[in-house]
Design a protein around this ligand. Structure first.
Ligand code: ZN
Length: 141
Protein backbone atom coordinates (compact mmCIF):
# COMPACT_ATOMS: atom_id res chain seq x y z
CA UNK A 1 0.00 0.00 0.00
CA UNK A 2 1.57 3.27 -1.11
CA UNK A 3 -1.28 5.62 -0.34
CA UNK A 4 -0.48 8.66 1.77
CA UNK A 5 -4.06 9.34 2.82
CA UNK A 6 -4.73 8.71 6.45
CA UNK A 7 -6.66 5.54 7.13
CA UNK A 8 -8.67 6.02 10.28
CA UNK A 9 -7.97 3.13 12.57
CA UNK A 10 -7.81 2.21 16.23
CA UNK A 11 -5.14 1.17 18.66
CA UNK A 12 -5.45 -0.97 21.76
CA UNK A 13 -2.51 -1.03 24.17
CA UNK A 14 -1.75 -1.68 27.81
CA UNK A 15 0.60 0.78 29.50
CA UNK A 16 1.80 1.63 32.97
CA UNK A 17 -0.60 3.80 34.96
CA UNK A 18 0.43 7.42 34.52
CA UNK A 19 2.65 6.89 31.51
CA UNK A 20 0.12 6.55 28.72
CA UNK A 21 0.40 3.91 26.03
CA UNK A 22 3.92 4.96 24.99
CA UNK A 23 5.55 2.33 27.15
CA UNK A 24 3.30 -0.45 25.93
CA UNK A 25 4.86 -3.73 24.78
CA UNK A 26 2.84 -3.70 21.62
CA UNK A 27 -0.08 -2.06 19.96
CA UNK A 28 -3.16 -3.84 18.73
CA UNK A 29 -4.33 -2.21 15.52
CA UNK A 30 -7.65 -2.53 13.71
CA UNK A 31 -9.67 -0.56 11.21
CA UNK A 32 -13.13 -2.07 11.66
CA UNK A 33 -14.82 -1.42 15.00
CA UNK A 34 -15.86 -5.08 15.24
CA UNK A 35 -12.16 -6.01 15.06
CA UNK A 36 -11.39 -3.41 17.73
CA UNK A 37 -14.09 -5.00 19.89
CA UNK A 38 -12.36 -8.40 19.50
CA UNK A 39 -9.01 -6.92 20.53
CA UNK A 40 -10.58 -5.24 23.56
CA UNK A 41 -12.42 -8.40 24.58
CA UNK A 42 -9.20 -10.43 24.45
CA UNK A 43 -7.30 -7.85 26.52
CA UNK A 44 -10.06 -7.61 29.12
CA UNK A 45 -10.38 -11.39 29.41
CA UNK A 46 -6.64 -11.76 29.93
CA UNK A 47 -6.67 -8.98 32.52
CA UNK A 48 -9.64 -10.60 34.29
CA UNK A 49 -7.84 -13.97 34.42
CA UNK A 50 -4.72 -12.34 35.77
CA UNK A 51 -6.62 -10.44 38.51
CA UNK A 52 -8.54 -13.60 39.37
CA UNK A 53 -5.27 -15.53 39.77
CA UNK A 54 -3.93 -12.68 41.88
CA UNK A 55 -6.96 -12.82 44.13
CA UNK A 56 -6.33 -16.51 44.81
CA UNK A 57 -2.71 -15.86 45.75
CA UNK A 58 -3.76 -13.07 48.09
CA UNK A 59 -6.40 -15.29 49.69
CA UNK A 60 -3.81 -18.04 50.22
CA UNK A 61 -1.58 -15.43 51.83
CA UNK A 62 -4.57 -14.45 54.03
CA UNK A 63 -4.76 -10.91 52.71
CA UNK A 64 -8.49 -11.06 52.27
CA UNK A 65 -9.14 -7.40 51.62
CA UNK A 66 -6.64 -7.42 48.75
CA UNK A 67 -8.10 -10.71 47.52
CA UNK A 68 -11.59 -9.18 47.54
CA UNK A 69 -10.39 -6.10 45.67
CA UNK A 70 -8.76 -8.21 42.93
CA UNK A 71 -11.72 -10.57 42.73
CA UNK A 72 -14.13 -7.65 42.31
CA UNK A 73 -11.95 -6.13 39.60
CA UNK A 74 -11.70 -9.50 37.83
CA UNK A 75 -15.49 -9.76 37.75
CA UNK A 76 -15.88 -6.22 36.48
CA UNK A 77 -13.32 -6.82 33.70
CA UNK A 78 -14.98 -10.08 32.78
CA UNK A 79 -18.43 -8.47 32.46
CA UNK A 80 -16.99 -5.59 30.45
CA UNK A 81 -15.25 -8.09 28.15
CA UNK A 82 -18.62 -9.63 27.28
CA UNK A 83 -20.05 -6.15 26.66
CA UNK A 84 -17.66 -5.97 23.69
CA UNK A 85 -18.70 -9.38 22.35
CA UNK A 86 -19.59 -9.23 18.66
CA UNK A 87 -22.24 -11.86 19.39
CA UNK A 88 -24.34 -8.92 20.53
CA UNK A 89 -24.64 -7.85 16.89
CA UNK A 90 -27.13 -10.73 16.53
CA UNK A 91 -29.39 -9.39 19.27
CA UNK A 92 -32.80 -8.18 18.03
CA UNK A 93 -31.78 -4.58 18.70
CA UNK A 94 -28.84 -4.78 16.26
CA UNK A 95 -29.96 -7.47 13.81
CA UNK A 96 -29.55 -6.23 10.24
CA UNK A 97 -28.05 -2.96 11.48
CA UNK A 98 -24.27 -3.50 11.64
CA UNK A 99 -23.65 0.28 11.64
CA UNK A 100 -25.70 0.60 14.82
CA UNK A 101 -23.58 -2.07 16.53
CA UNK A 102 -20.44 -0.25 15.31
CA UNK A 103 -21.76 3.01 16.82
CA UNK A 104 -22.40 1.21 20.10
CA UNK A 105 -18.83 -0.13 20.14
CA UNK A 106 -17.48 3.39 19.63
CA UNK A 107 -19.70 4.77 22.40
CA UNK A 108 -18.58 1.97 24.77
CA UNK A 109 -14.93 2.73 23.98
CA UNK A 110 -15.41 6.41 24.80
CA UNK A 111 -17.21 5.53 28.04
CA UNK A 112 -14.74 3.00 29.40
CA UNK A 113 -11.19 3.83 28.32
CA UNK A 114 -8.58 4.42 29.52
CA UNK A 115 -9.34 1.79 32.14
CA UNK A 116 -7.30 0.54 35.08
CA UNK A 117 -6.97 -3.20 34.59
CA UNK A 118 -4.63 -3.77 37.54
CA UNK A 119 -2.90 -1.66 40.20
CA UNK A 120 -0.11 -0.96 37.74
CA UNK A 121 -1.56 -1.08 34.27
CA UNK A 122 -4.13 0.71 32.22
CA UNK A 123 -5.79 -0.27 28.96
CA UNK A 124 -5.87 2.46 26.34
CA UNK A 125 -8.06 2.45 23.23
CA UNK A 126 -7.91 5.38 20.85
CA UNK A 127 -8.56 6.39 17.27
CA UNK A 128 -5.56 7.19 15.11
CA UNK A 129 -5.49 8.95 11.76
CA UNK A 130 -1.76 9.44 11.48
CA UNK A 131 -0.75 9.20 7.81
CA UNK A 132 1.73 6.39 7.43
CA UNK A 133 1.20 5.12 10.96
CA UNK A 134 3.79 2.37 11.33
CA UNK A 135 1.28 0.05 13.00
CA UNK A 136 -0.91 -0.10 9.91
CA UNK A 137 1.80 -2.22 8.34
CA UNK A 138 0.97 -4.90 10.95
CA UNK A 139 -2.41 -5.37 9.30
CA UNK A 140 -0.95 -6.24 5.93
CA UNK A 141 0.96 -9.26 7.14
ZN1 ZN B 1 -1.99 4.48 14.17
Amino acid sequence: MTTTTAVRHWHVATGLVGYGPDGADGYGTAIELTDVADLIRDELRQAADSEDEGSRSEAEAADFSEAWKLKTRAEHLSILAETFSNDRANAPLYAGKPEMWADTIETLIRQHFPLDISDRSRLYVWPCAEPGCEHLADLER
